[in-house]
Design a protein around this ligand. Structure first.
Ligand code: TXA
Ligand code: MG
Length: 351
């Protein structure tokens, strides 16, 4: 156990003394959680193999899962990656700082454990003043996965970070809730054709403006198919402790099916959580269930920003089962659907 130091700061104008304390911890090989525009990251010096191995230990993350390296200045890219294609610079100029991660060929300064032994490295520049100030003060590339215990929903507040990692990391920079609430888009540029490995804050539509034929190769998600190829192959990820059931189809069919399921679960003595857009959640108000309202149905940014908080909140309130429904699969909806699918671990109810 270490004593985790919590430093509260103004997200827009981070206090340079607090930033310097956190930067010193990074330089000494420590672990610092920090806010980004997507989710909180758990950072370590990306050039130090021992510091990076502490990330895996603190999260309980398997060594086979590679980590994103974060930078504050495009000039750092040359130290992190080699053979950077011009497309990477085009994308960086357009989308950085921002929620786009590029997979490139790993440079020698980045130890293999950052990338789980792969010859590639994932890189991004987050759009958050506190994160950028931290990296600049440490003057390091910073390896950082999401700041949650392995397979738990990502942390979108400092309280979520502490829920999972208090006593296991050195510092948490508390810059308030993150704006996007979903992780970055991961785009692989090391294959003959650029491919999105994880949908996120930069949508496929936005990428198509630069790469017209960009593919989504997510193992368990295609934008317009019925859902999953092989449910058994789903990675356990983003999971609340409760079982999540994902209902797909039009609301007119989904809501009655959910109401029937609620009745069955209540009769079986289970605590039922409902995670839905406001308009759908209204139907369940007054029933003997725990309701978490995600925001207006048409507002995908709001639904995305509240998703992980909702999963954690229903866990905290001891739901045994959480019923939710799929959102429209365009724009940010692709990333939301991806996270729901993974959290459901294959428990899909097509209505
Ligand atoms: O928004 C985000 O991306 C957040 C913030 C903190 O930056 N980070 C984040 O990290 O979500 P993490 O570790 O939870 O997810 C990183 C994703 C994983 O799906 C991992 O497999 C993929 O990026 N990844 C990392 N390095 C890779 C590589 N060399 N090749 C392919 N995929 C890689
Ligand atoms: Mg993660």
């Amino acid at each position: 156990m270490v004593k985790t130091l919590v430093l509260r700061l103004d997200a827009r104008q981070p206090d340079s003394h607090l930033i310097e304390r956190a930067a010193a911890a990074l330089r000494e090989g420590g672990l610092v959680a920090f806010p980004t525009e997507t989710v909180y990251g758990l950072g370590a010096d990306a050039t130090s193999a021992p510091a990076v191995s502490r990330i895996f230990a603190a999260k309980g993350r398997p060594a086979s899962d590679p980590i994103i390296v974060h930078l504050y200045d495009l000039a750092q890219l040359e130290q992190i990656a080699v053979g950077v294609p011009s497309l990477a610079y085009d994308l960086a100029r357009r989308f950085w700082p921002g929620p786009l991660t590029l997979v490139l060929r790993r440079g020698e300064r980045i130890p293999p454990n950052v990338s789980a032994g792969l010859e590639t490295v994932a890189v991004r520049m987050p759009d958050h003043p506190a994160a950028l100030a931290l990296f600049r003060a440490a003057d390091l590339p910073v390896a950082a996965p999401s700041a949650n215990r392995f397979a738990r929903p990502s942390a979108t507040t400092a309280a979520h970070v502490l829920e999972d990692l208090d006593g296991r990391i050195d510092v948490v920079l508390d810059g308030g809730p993150t704006v996007i609430g979903l992780e970055s888009t991961v785009l692989d540029l090391t294959k003959p054709a650029p491919a999105v490995l994880r949908p996120g804050g930069i949508t496929l539509e936005m990428l198509r403006a630069v790469i017209p034929d960009v593919a989504l190769v997510s193992r368990h998600l295609q934008p317009d198919d019925a859902g999953i190829e092989a449910p058994g192959m789903l990675l356990k990820h983003y999971s609340p402790r409760a079982e999540l059931l994902l209902f797909t189809g039009e609301p007119e069919r989904v809501i009655p099916r959910m109401q029937a399921a609620v009745k069955d679960y209540l009769q079986a003595g289970q605590r039922v959580g409902i995670l839905l857009p406001d308009e759908d959640a209204d139907v369940f108000e007054g029933a003997d269930v725990l309701v978490f309202r995600l925001g207006a149905r048409e507002n995908l940014a709001q639904l995305g920003a509240n998703l992980f908080t909702g999963l954690r909140e229903l866990d905290r309130r001891s739901a045994d089962v959480i019923l939710t429904r799929a959102v429209e699969r365009s724009g940010l909806g692709v990333a939301i659907y991806d996270r729901l699918l993974r959290a459901a671990e294959g428990r899909i109810i097509a209505c």
